[in-house]
Write a protein that binds this ligand. Sequence first.
Ligand code: ADP
Ligand code: ZN
Length: 649
Amino acid sequence: MPHTDLPELPESSPSLQHSADRADSSGLQQALKLHFGFDAFRPGQEAVVRDALAGRDLLAIMPTGGGKSLCFQLPALLRPGVMIVVSPLIALMQDQVRLLTDNGIAATYLNSSLDGRTAFERTSAVLRGEFKLLYLAPERLMTADYLDGFLPQLIARQGISAFTVDEAHCVSEWGHDFRPEYRQMGQLRLRFPEIPVFAFTATATGRVRDDIAAQLRLHEPALHVASFNRPNLFYAVKPKSSKTYGELLDLARGGNGDGQDAGIVYCLSRRRVDELAAKLAEDGVRALPYHAGLDAETRRNNQDAFIRDDAQVIVATIAFGMGINKPDVRWVVHYELPKTMEGYYQEAGRAGRDGEPARCTLYFGVGDIRTAEFLIAQKIDPATGDALEQEQRIARQQLRKVLDYAESSACRREIQLGYFGEAFFGPCGACDNCTDPKPVEDWTLEAQQFLSCVARLAQRGQRFGAAYLIEILRGAESQKLIDRGHQQLSVYGIGKARTQDEWRVLVRALLHQGLLEETNDGYPVLRLTESSRALLKAERRLLIAVPPKRERVNGRGGRARKPGAAASEGTPLEVELFERLRALRKQLADEQKLPPYVVFADAALRAMAARRPTNRAEFAEIPGVGSHKLERYSAAFTQEIRAFRAQHE
Ligand code: ADP
Ligand code: ZN
């Protein structure tokens, strides 16, 4: 457990209060295979399931793709009564209910998308005990109708096994998706003290976690904090250049040119999203845009097309987020610099939720920094026109963290996890800096030049920002500079050998390493620190990961791991069979109006392609094939595999 900032909460411990819950490991594993088709729990899942079965309050924090849903769904099936699951979005409810139903599990939802009659019938069916899980929006759950009518009736007739609060960070104002209705759910604990409350979230910050426990009034909850490391994700940062679009196109077209692997491209502005989506479409990629400026119907259609694999790529602003449960996103590209590390982690984390290899690439150009700084400077109070200084300061701090990440030559995982307070020590073997270390150069001389320039001006009682100092060093001939007499400085023009961008990299490195300070009072100007003097006296050196020159861009990109390796891994025959099974999956999904991943995950298809089961018994052994999927899909898939074998063997 990397996070220790919740001292008042006891560690989780399996409790054996309920005799019915004393399922041994093999019993739980059988249930896992029977209902979900999985052979083993993911790390951390079993402990959560056990605490849930014991009827304790729970606070479980797992990264996206960690497999949270199963941690309450399996207990819902094994405990008496109906589980109420609170979910913030209709799309999320529908997605989970579809997945459960396709596994033969009795689950349903009640929300505003239903007409009155359907809702009434469903309510009666729930009361008759026809469902084990009922998904609800918080605003519905907290109405008097529910609190005084439906819930007590349900308790009397079937019992309620637990209230599960999914995406529980919505309860916190400190989180990024605050929903006031979530706040009211603290009442559940007061009204129904005997029913356990299970809170689940992928949020990474301690403050939000504290808030969840307090707001939901969790009673001595079992706390489970999984590692936030996502070992199946490959992280890379690449310089932005004129080749960037070409690289994106290569990624979208996939390693073998079949362009099947789903991907998300994040941009900052709506205009950028529209442009890029149109350009990709022109180049033959099935790409669609998604941002808050599109009307609701277009957004829904584009999202559905992506989920059903009709569109391969979504180009989006960060408006595209929480509702997306697609587990087989194979790559995420940040085409522009994200605003915060937390945001980056969550957005990149939408890749590879199914645990299969996936790639996260951040493109980083100096121009992005200027855009980001410009946007931060725009944060002004609309009433007074004054700068929102506190907000600007926070935004600058966050931007600096993102820049630290982007420009570092250290293991990307180490930086990300370190940011969330988790100790991880690289090399991780799955980031660009670990697999393709950047050469480091000694820039002490340049650093001294820059710092003495700051010192000279300070002697004259003058302070400036980085841009102007770089002009002096590069010997610019601007009028401002001449008027101020700065052409006379001994440092004037001594830095011509370096480009403006290289100087900027240097300045950021000096700032990151505490060798220079930036004042936050209005316009940021630079000043020396204690450590600057050590560098000026050559007691300290400055090493910099060499900023990639444009020529170098391609060579480095070329050495990167093949994108989309996940889906198309294996021998050529396996790849061919995989593609056939993928087409069959799509066809079966379309017939049932389901997203393909509901039928089978990529991992299941890959296991089929490798093992080539031709009968029911062999098919049952495939991971992801539970009892229900065996009935439903065994015939079609084994037939396809037999046909394939007949052709090739
Ligand atoms: P989260 O909500 O934590 O992001 P999900 O519950 O959606 O994650 O699970 C992510 C993916 O992992 C889903 O495709 C799910 O079927 C799969 N999964 C969950 N548990 C297991 C397991 N024990 N074995 C194999 N796959 C699993
Ligand atoms: Zn690494």
